[in-house]
Unconditional design. Structure first.
Length: 364
């Protein structure tokens, strides 16, 4: 198995899958192309099965074919494709294009995942790239969507009628999971535990797409006293300074899972109105600790549960909607907390690993 995954450098979640595949006895290699300038200290995960390589410069990202031809030349030199039976590309355009080239070059079948970035960056903003994306989908043995919301948007907007049946027949929705730690450490909150001021927590890299300053502004205008607690590493300059201008905001920096678990248990509600968002594992981690969640309407997590089941869906810029969500959660707290913990059990990596093994067996 050859995994093509440019996201492995920035997200540790894939290690959960790869470690299980290796423990199962599936021989895997993971190819991780990143820019020459990418800071070494920001690499999220590594493994004996992975090669993190730097075949292109950051400026190459603005010319798709220039960047990917450089990666393709590097990929061909590193691997003997005859040693592999299957390729798994973890995005449609960047990694899927490479898998498509491997199939043309060596005849290897491939699985391709479609992520929110594929939709928001390529399908939506680069219409000249759509024929390439469609060709990658047509040639794939299986197509995996991380969320049903992304599946609905792609098939409802970008897949021609003539391709709908053929592509839908080989498409699955397989979400990501959360680590076993969170399943072993579940905790239900109760309305009696609610704090005054109300404590809201949001977790993620401090970067533009997480929209922490906007959340700070919207919560600052809530008519009742609140505290907003931000957890995560500083990723982009200027955002943290903006956040620290709000008296009700406390920045905690990065936390390990044990520290984060203890912090969650002192909080009342989890809220993040990030956009774009492929899935949002932090929602599920917070749910495992009994926190009802406020999540972005129309983004990846929005497709998993009906509104008001584990929390409330809010448009990313709807301040009044956020305030109403906070009111609703406080009024229905015990039910939402209990349902959140129960629902978090649906995102187990062992079961997701089995789904992928079954998918691979069907192909090979």
């Amino acid at each position: 198995m050859l995994h093509l995954n440019s996201y492995f450098s920035t997200s540790g979640l894939f290690k959960e899958l790869y470690d299980r595949q290796e423990a199962y006895g599936l021989p895997i290699s993971v190819y991780v192309p990143i820019a020459e300038e990418y800071p070494e200290d920001r690499l999220a995960a590594k493994g004996d099965y992975s090669q993190v390589v730097r075949p292109f410069k950051e400026r190459d990202r603005y010319i798709f074919h220039l960047k990917h031809q450089k990666i393709w030349r590097d990929l061909k030199q590193r691997y003997h494709f005859e040693d592999y039976g299957l390729v798994h590309a973890h995005s449609l355009f960047s990694n899927g294009w490479l898998a498509w080239k491997v199939k043309q070059h060596a005849g290897l079948p491939y699985v391709v995942a479609v992520r929110n970035t594929d939709v928001r960056t390529f399908f939506r903003r680069m219409p000249w790239m759509r024929p390439i994306g469609l060709n990658i989908l047509r040639e794939a043995e299986r197509i995996v969507f991380i969320s049903r919301k992304t599946y609905q948007e792609v098939f409802g907007t970008y897949i021609p009628e003539a391709d709908q049946a053929q592509l839908a027949a080989k498409t699955l929705v397989i979400p990501n999971g959360i680590g076993d730690f969170w399943h072993e450490e579940t905790h239900v909150q109760t309305r009696d535990d609610l704090h005054e001021p109300l404590r809201i927590i949001s977790v993620g890299k401090v970067m533009k797409l997480k929209r922490f300053p906007q959340l700070a502004e919207m919560t600052a205008n809530y008519p009742k006293p609140v505290e907003l607690h931000i957890v995560g590493p500083e990723w982009e300059d200027g955002i943290l300074a903006n956040l620290q201008a709000y008296p009700h905001v406390t920045y905690h920096g990065a936390k390990n899972p044990q520290e984060l678990r203890e912090l969650y248990r002192t909080m009342d509600i989890y809220a993040m109105l990030s956009s774009p968002e492929t899935f949002g594992l932090v929602y599920v981690e917070a749910m495992s600790q009994g926190l009802p969640v406020i999540y972005t309407a129309g983004e990846g997590f929005d497709s998993f549960y009906p509104n008001h089941t584990v929390g409330v869906s809010v448009d990313k810029a709807d301040e009044a909607g956020l305030h109403q969500a906070l009111d609703y959660i406080q009024s229905h707290y015990d039910k939402l907390s209990s349902q959140a913990v129960q629902a978090s059990g649906n995102f187990r990596w062992n079961e997701i690993h089995e789904q992928y093994l079954s998918l691979y067996r069907e192909i090979v």
